[in-house]
Design a protein around this ligand. Structure first.
Ligand SMILES: NC(=O)c1ccc[n+]([C@@H]2O[C@H](COP(=O)([O-])OP(=O)(O)OC[C@H]3O[C@@H](n4cnc5c(N)ncnc54)[C@H](OP(=O)(O)O)[C@@H]3O)[C@@H](O)[C@H]2O)c1
Length: 312
């Protein structure tokens, strides 16, 4: 089968399209899916560059990609609830025990998939798993965001930010977001109540007494986020570990989120999509053969919404 792989760590030139990759073999608790489309996420170029080697990194060559939407082809022992031909979406990342989604077929763990949302096509469904579940896990499970609470979402035009703004508005919260100048209209159209141009304005001078911050950027953005919260507020960061001294100084809680793309969260996300509360915004679609270019585009091209590979 065809797959986008790396045999060494590096830039986009490290990505090879191998046409004779061995097809994955089904095993206990897992399924084989035919991949129709694969979502592209920052973790994919971070794996390519070797940043994730401290985590249980599989040995080279690695088939890149995690997020996918496709069709169940084979079912391993101990898997229930799915049958051949079901349309499913979820995660097949090699770091998580899958075989990688930038390929025509993937081995996936049954606990990392769910039925695909019915109202969207495979390209749109493939854009959802990691960024959509990241936003859901942060806003619903960690923050418990509710009506009239105020949240600041950093990176509002990004993969995760796009879903976070929509989920915050669906929950009835007041949502501010940071974005770059060119993305302000996009973020406004997503439903953000207030937008701060992070290249020209300092959000910490403009916003005060917020209940929550969802940080998808890290660094100084994370450190300055403490200043916008009321006492008892919460920061969920996708990149930073809790800073105990800042937590104590400002009287706030912080959580370092490790997103877990579970069947339960995928099913909840699919419900939000099918009820029209969450829409998928795709910036660009690439063929599998251009997986290397797709990763560079996500890394350097300032996309609004998602980048997706069309595989079938
Ligand atoms: N911990 C976990 O389990 C986990 C899971 C998923 C993702 N992540 C991480 O979370 C991060 C975000 O993921 P993503 O998929 O949303 O990435 P993405 O699609 O690349 O979006 C990142 C967004 O951040 C914006 N941005 C950059 N600098 C900013 C700043 N100083 N202030 C405000 N916004 C800024 C970018 O805007 P411009 O392009 O316009 O500059 C872009 O829209 C990545 O680093 C990813 O690896 C972690």
């Amino acid at each position: 089968m065809k797959a986008a792989q790396i045999n060494r760590y590096g830039g986009s030139d490290a990505v090879e399209i191998n046409r004779n990759t061995a097809s994955p073999v089904v095993s206990q608790g897992k399924l084989i899916v035919e991949v129709y489309a694969a979502g592209v996420n920052p973790v994919d170029w971070k794996i390519r560059e070797g940043y994730m080697q401290q985590m249980r990194s599989p040995s080279l060559p690695i088939t890149l990609g995690g997020d996918f939407s496709g069709l169940v082809m084979e079912i391993g022992e101990g898997v229930s609830g799915f049958k051949k031909g079901d349309e499913v979406y979820g995660q097949a990342i090699a770091l998580g025990g899958g075989s990688g989604s930038f390929a025509e077929f993937a081995l996936v763990n049954a606990k990392n998939i769910a039925y695909k949302p019915r109202s969207v096509n495979h390209l749109e469904a493939a854009a959802l798993p990691l960024p959509g579940v990241s936003a859901y896990q942060a806003l619903v499970d960690h923050i418990g965001l509710s009506r009239d609470k105020r949240i600041l979402v950093h990176g509002g035009a990004g993969g995760i930010g796009t879903f976070a703004i929509q989920i915050a508005k669906h929950l009835g919260a007041y949502a501010a977001a940071t974005a770059s100048t060119d993305s302000i209209k996009y973020v406004k159209d997503l439903g953000a109540d207030e937008i701060i141009d992070y290249r020209r304005q300092s959000f910490q001078d403009l916003l005060h007494d917020y209940d929550a911050v969802f940080d998808t950027v890290g660094g100084d953005t994370y450190v300055n986020s403490f200043k916008v919260l009321k006492k008892g507020g919460i920061i969920v960061s996708m990149l930073e570990q809790p800073h105990a001294d800042l937590m104590e100084k400002y009287g706030v809680t912080t959580i370092a989120q490790f997103t877990q793309v579970t069947s339960g969260r995928l099913a909840k996300l699919a419900e939000l999509v099918d009820h029209g509360a969450v829409k998928v915004y795709m910036d660009r679609i690439f063929p599998l053969e251009e997986a290397g270019e797709a990763l560079s585009y996500l890394q350097k091209g300032h996309p609004r919404g998602k980048v997706v590979l069309e595989i079938k």
